[in-house]
Design a protein around this ligand. Structure first.
Ligand code: ZN
Length: 501
């Protein structure tokens, strides 16, 4: 058994290295590669992807996993080895279920759709992508059918990003959240809006980058095992435990953009840096689901870095860095500015309070498309209808409506949006649990100290990697199942105070 386990680790390690090599090429493509490199880079990435897929679906790997089953069953389920075999088998079954020709057809379709969408969005031309989107819905349904036994057709698609979650859990959860958020947004937006003009006064790039990175390090992002570079669409990426990078983008006319996205990506990166070293180079060495990953970025971005105690400590330092821009701006004005709430059309620019309404609209529409209750031709109007009822404004055109997000035009319909809101819900649950264990955390944040919070997250979330599902991790860390109550309580208290409700 020992020899078989070694062989398994060897095989999985090579797959992990191929994937890491591809991630480095992708990182380079998004940061430093000159435009002339695009064609060769596409070819190189396709080769690495093919090699990794061949190894991941090798029948010999399947036989090895079968032979290791008795060994797995002899171990405690939460041991590293049992978890490795279990998760590797789950990945193997997922990867071998779908015929390669079908995957190739979907990829070709997605590449073509992305090109069409890139032209359709600026031209406000939904008609030009309509038939393609109809095909995407069909492909998404067909892909789900390779995983028979599901309760809802979206479940296999959700499983790919948020393993173990499904429509019967998420739909009532989101419906409950929507019910609480719509009146809260209504109440907040009926009050005078916050003045955020202080954020748009012209902030030199180098100073913005230095401040963001200083805070990220203070929170626990380790630059001996990470670095920051500039990009167009910020992301975090992992090559190994010892090399987890973040990227950011700076707008000189918007102080909050680079800062909060740096903290957000550092939250993702701290999760990856915190995976136990023993798991490095295995399929366990990564965040466990899209939702849990997003909970770690949102926790630092919103619950910590948009809180009053945080700015009580750091605002004087920010003012000292930008005396001409912020010298005459009070802490209270600044705190209100970074927490400004408004009814808006664009998800990626939305504030903390309205953000989830944007996500829930997309999630619900996806389900209706997959269920066949909504036709693609009726999607733009359904979109406008939901924006009117949930957010209180409707887009004047499809460019800022149904065409705004790349997800449905470069990927499947289903599985891509729920993680954002699951992450927000979980961020409050995890933060609550950390504060229950260490009631001094809020005061520490007010002193610019994050070691206790970071330590709790390492111990309860980060180090486990993919050993536990999102539900298991939540149960272990919080002693409860997924619940919207801590999140709703957090939002109600914060925005109630800010807007005098
Ligand atoms: Zn994120």
């Amino acid at each position: 058994m020992e020899a078989k386990l070694q062989e398994l680790k060897q095989r999985l390690g090579e797959i992990s290295d191929l994937n890491a090599a591809a991630a480095i090429l992708q990182w380079d493509q998004s940061t430093y590669m000159p435009p002339g490199g695009a064609r060769a880079r596409g070819r190189q990435l396709a080769l690495l992807g093919r090699l990794a897929h061949e190894r991941a679906t090798d029948p010999a790997l399947g036989r090895l996993l079968d032979e290791l089953r008795p060994y797995e069953e002899s171990l405690p389920p939460d041991s590293d080895d049992a978890s490795l075999i279990r998760v590797a088998r789950r990945d193997f079954e997922r990867d071998t279920r779908v015929p390669p020709e079908f995957i190739a057809r979907i990829y070709t379709h997605m590449a073509e759709m992305y090109e069409r969408w890139s032209a359709a969005r600026p031209a406000n031309d939904f008609a030009s992508v309509r038939d393609g989107l109809e095909r995407t819905v069909e492909y998404s349904r067909q892909l789900a059918d390779f995983y028979p036994g599901y309760e809802h057709i979206a479940d296999p698609l959700i499983d790919m990003a948020d393993y173990g979650m499904n429509v019967s859990v998420i739909r009532p959860l989101f419906a409950g959240l929507r019910e609480r958020l719509v009146p809260l947004v209504e109440a907040v937006t009926s009050r005078p809006p916050a003045d955020d003009s202080c954020l748009h006064r012209g902030y030199p790039e180098a100073e913005q980058l230095a401040f963001g990175l200083e805070i990220a390090q203070r929170m626990g992002y380790d630059l001996q095992r990470g670095r920051q570079d500039k990009t167009l669409h910020p992301f975090a990426t992992r090559f190994a435990n010892g090399d987890v990078r973040i990227t950011t983008r700076v707008r000189e006319d918007d102080l909050s953009d680079a800062f909060f996205s740096t903290v957000h990506e550092a939250g993702h990166a701290m999760y990856e840096q915190g995976v136990a070293d023993e798991l490095d180079g295995t399929p366990l060495a990564s965040g466990t689901s899209a939702g849990v990953h997003e909970s770690q970025s949102r926790l630092w971005e919103n619950l910590v870095a948009r809180s009053r105690p945080f700015w009580e400590h750091f605002y004087p330092q920010l003012q000292a860095r930008f005396p001409a821009q912020l010298g005459d701006v009070s802490l209270d004005t600044f705190y209100r500015a970074v927490n400004k709430v408004q009814r808006s059309l664009i998800r990626t620019d939305a504030d903390e309070l309205t953000y989830n309404l944007h996500v829930i609209i997309r999630f619900d529409l996806e389900l209706e498309l997959l269920e066949g209750r909504l036709a693609v031709k009726d999607l733009p109007e359904a979109w406008r209808e939901r924006y009117r009822s949930d957010i209180g404004i409707a887009p004047p055109d499809d460019r800022d409506g149904v065409l705004q997000d790349v997800h449905w035009y470069a990927g499947l319909v289903g599985g891509a949006f729920q993680g954002y809101t699951l992450g927000n819900i979980l961020s409050a649950q995890f933060f609550d649990a950390a504060v229950r264990a260490h009631p001094e955390i809020p005061q520490q944040i007010g002193k610019g100290e994050f070691a206790t919070l970071h330590g709790w997250l390492r111990e309860n979330i980060y180090r486990h990697g993919r050993k536990f599902t999102a539900a298991e991790l939540t149960q272990r860390a919080c002693g409860s199942q997924l619940s919207i109550e801590p999140y709703v309580a957090y939002l109600s208290a914060k925005y109630g105070e800010l807007y005098g409700l």
